[in-house]
Design a protein around this ligand. Structure first.
Ligand code: GAR
Length: 191
């Protein structure tokens, strides 16, 4: 059994899908806790729905990393999943979880990644550049923002005149259909 922790800063819709997918499945992958940097984020509702412990840390605590790592070690967490977690993962956490941190990004990396590229800003940039397609990337996290090894990508078309909201919906559909499965496969392959 591999224990994972999900880090999230926002609505938590991907965290909810991961929990729904793994719930009662006995697959050998278990979400043991949720971690956030916001007390108001939707992720707290998800924690309640699934009765999963959730812990909020200050941004400075994520930067220094010691308190976060101490909790993850105490809970015997082996993998970290970033599901809409909008802080860069710094060296203390990275060092303890080398090649054990999976991130979801709403574009076809290496395009539209890096600092400031998250959520609707990504879709806005894709539309402004008149890209014919966009998609999702699931990748391992290393010290460079959005540049770790890509594990999986899925594409969708970007139609002329499509709004940010419409593209965001299409991307979210891809995220919900693929992210939970890719997490399960990746974690199981490492056991
Ligand atoms: C997702 O679209 C994810 O790809 C994006 O944040 C959203 C979180 O949604 N992540 C990034 O932009 C990371 N750079 P959720 O809170 O509903 O799961």
């Amino acid at each position: 059994m591999s224990k994972i922790a999900i880090f999230a800063s926002g609505e938590g819709s991907n965290a909810r899908e991961i929990l729904r997918f793994l719930d009662n499945k006995n697959s050998g992958v278990h979400v043991s806790m949720l971690i956030s940097n916001k007390t108001s984020a939707g992720i707290h509702k998800v924690a309640e729905e699934y009765s999963i412990p959730i812990q909020t840390f200050l941004n400075a605590e994520f930067t220094s990393g010691e308190k976060v790592v101490a909790l993850l070690e105490e809970k015997e967490i082996e993998w970290i999943v970033l599901a809409g977690f909008l802080r860069k993962i710094e060296t203390t956490i990275l060092g303890k979880f080398e090649n054990k941190i999976i991130n979801l990004h709403p574009s076809l990396l290496p395009k539209y990644g890096g600092k400031g590229m998250y959520g609707r800003y990504v879709h806005q940039a894709v539309i402004e550049a008149q890209e014919p397609e966009s998609g999702i990337s699931i990748h391992l996290v290393n010290s460079e923002f959005d540049k770790g090894e890509i594990l999986f990508q899925a594409k969708c078309s970007v139609k002329k005149g499509q709004t940010v909201e419409e593209l965001a919906k299409k991307i979210q559909k891809l995220e919900h259909s693929f992210f939970p499965k890719v997490i399960e496969e990746t974690v199981l392959a490492s056991q």
